[in-house]
Design a protein around this ligand. Structure first.
Ligand code: SOE
Length: 386
């Protein structure tokens, strides 16, 4: 028997849309006990805009104050899709009200906030998840499977890049609706929290905990007009960040992120090189996982030299992660499906009483690495994550 799960989504920007889409589609493609109901959308928008959003996505109601949404008895689950500065207060209130919580990344403005949020959900005992959606790209999940099957062997190098190019123009202002990501008071940090948090989450999932880091950040455009004040103000987010890492398993990592890589739109890549093989992924070509097989994992024997080479796996077979829920082999899926997968896993977790990852504790961990990166960028020192 289907169980209704009444959901209130807070925020109706880019992420509000990805979550709304997932809520609408998840039961069409995944057989689950829980059936989300789009009960209410909540945002600080003009009422006419909010109503139009509610109509477009099929929400039963709307609220302009998140306190009112959380106070409602008919809401079981809160999804936080608002700018980072609001996450803590909303999550703590939602936890105290006993709601399930899915929160967008980065979890918080800093590690102290993340710790408080984690304590709140754990004290309340409410199901919780951070929306690091890229874990749910089938090719990335397949990389995890290959690594767990021992196909990469002893890891030596992990290399991640997350490159975009949308802030190169000096005319791009900071602050306000779409551009809060450029305002440190609202975002917490620049590319470190916005983009590298994804890379760090993926890296630790695939290759285990990062032990220590050393970083360098840069602000290329030092001043920008602020949308809210109308004044030209100093830019205090990191426009670019590169850091070196040592993983607990002894492998070495390099991470690079910027919003100044002309031509790169959402170039989120990683490569892991090990003794038995390598894996490589690029989000701009998301249906493929590249795999170099050096040792056969079953026999332990080296593949004969004349047949070694990179193999492009088109990750669309029924045997690939999540793909048996979609079309037929060869038919691809895309970005929005990663949110459907995350929600499906979360709902399955509610059904089976298991804790879906990445949860708030895991988000707190990612925030620790982000904060260590930013602290190291100030001094140039190596910092232990602890
Ligand atoms: C920034 O441009 C952004 O929208 C991030 O905030 C998302 O997390 C990333 O997945 C796509 O890029």
């Amino acid at each position: 028997m289907a169980k209704r799960l009444n959901v209130g989504v807070i925020g109706c920007g880019f992420m509000g849309r990805t979550h709304s889409n997932a809520l609408r589609r998840v039961n069409n493609f995944f057989t689950l006990e829980y059936h989300p109901v789009l009960k209410a959308i909540c945002a600080l928008e003009e009422e006419s805009k909010l109503k139009a959003f509610a109509d477009q996505w099929g929400y039963e109601s709307y609220e302009t104050d998140w306190h009112a949404l959380i106070a409602r008895d008919d809401i079981d689950q809160i999804e936080i899709c608002t700018p980072n500065v609001t996450h803590k207060e909303i999550a703590i209130a939602a936890a105290a009200a006993g709601k399930n919580i899915i929160c967008e990344k980065p979890m918080a403005m800093n590690v102290a906030e993340a710790e408080e949020m984690c304590a709140a959900v754990e004290k309340a005992g409410v199901p919780n998840m951070i929306s690091f959606n890229y874990r749910r790209v089938p090719a990335i999940s397949l990389a995890k499977q290959l690594i767990d099957e021992g196909r990469v062997g002893r890891p030596f190098h992990y290399r991640a890049t997350y490159l975009q190019d949308w802030t190169i123009s000096t005319d791009v202002p900071q602050g306000g609706d779409a551009l809060w990501r450029l305002d440190a008071k609202v975002a917490g940090s620049g590319v470190t929290g916005d983009l590298l948090a994804h890379s760090i989450d993926t890296a630790e999932w695939l290759n285990g905990p990062i032990q220590r880091v050393t970083a360098k950040t840069e602000i290329f455009v030092k001043q920008r007009k602020h949308v809210e004040t109308g004044k030209v103000e100093p830019v205090t987010i990191d426009d670019a960040c590169m850091f070196l890492a040592v993983f607990e398993n002894g492998s070495m990592g390099t991470f690079e992120s910027t919003r100044y890589a002309r031509g790169r739109k959402n170039f989120n890549t990683f490569e892991l090189n090990g003794s038995a093989g390598s894996v490589h992924f690029d989000l701009e070509d998301p249906q493929y996982l590249d795999y170099f097989k050096y040792l056969d994992p079953k026999s332990g024997e080296k593949i004969e030299d004349h047949v070694t080479g990179w193999q492009r796996i088109h990750v669309t077979n029924f045997e690939h992660p999540y793909m048996d829920h979609w079309w037929v082999p060869g038919c691809t899926i895309g970005y929005e499906h990663t949110f459907v997968h995350g929600l499906a896993d979360f709902l399955k977790g509610l059904e089976t009483g298991t804790h879906t990852q990445p949860d708030f504790r895991s988000g707190w961990r990612t925030q620790k690495v982000c904060d260590a990166v930013l602290a190291s960028a100030k001094t140039g020192q190596w910092i232990d994550i602890g």
